[in-house]
Ligand binder design. Sequence first.
Ligand code: FES
Length: 111
Amino acid sequence: MLRVCDAALVPGDAGLKVDMVGVGPVAVFRYADAYYVTNDRCTHGGASLSEGRIIGDEVECPFHMGAFNFRTGAVTARPCIRPLKTYPVTVIDGVIFITMPTGTPSGRHAT
Ligand code: FES
């Protein structure tokens, strides 16, 4: 697992951008007392989704108003077409961790 951040840092009404070595920028979201981690970069045009508007369990991209469900990565509004990458999350003692798929550079070194 890779440490992302303290859960207390994640606001309830916005995403939190975290630059992770070996992974890149991720966006952390809180919804219904659970935490979700996705790639921060919008699959449409590269906007930072942590700067997007939160609507329930969706994030609206600040560039062209496309949207994703941050729990599943599914596209919920065009012009986005490609889904957003999501990461399995574990919270231990108030710290958020993600699990990388095996075979990825960061996954190989996961502990
Ligand atoms: S960059 Fe996100 S919708 Fe265009």
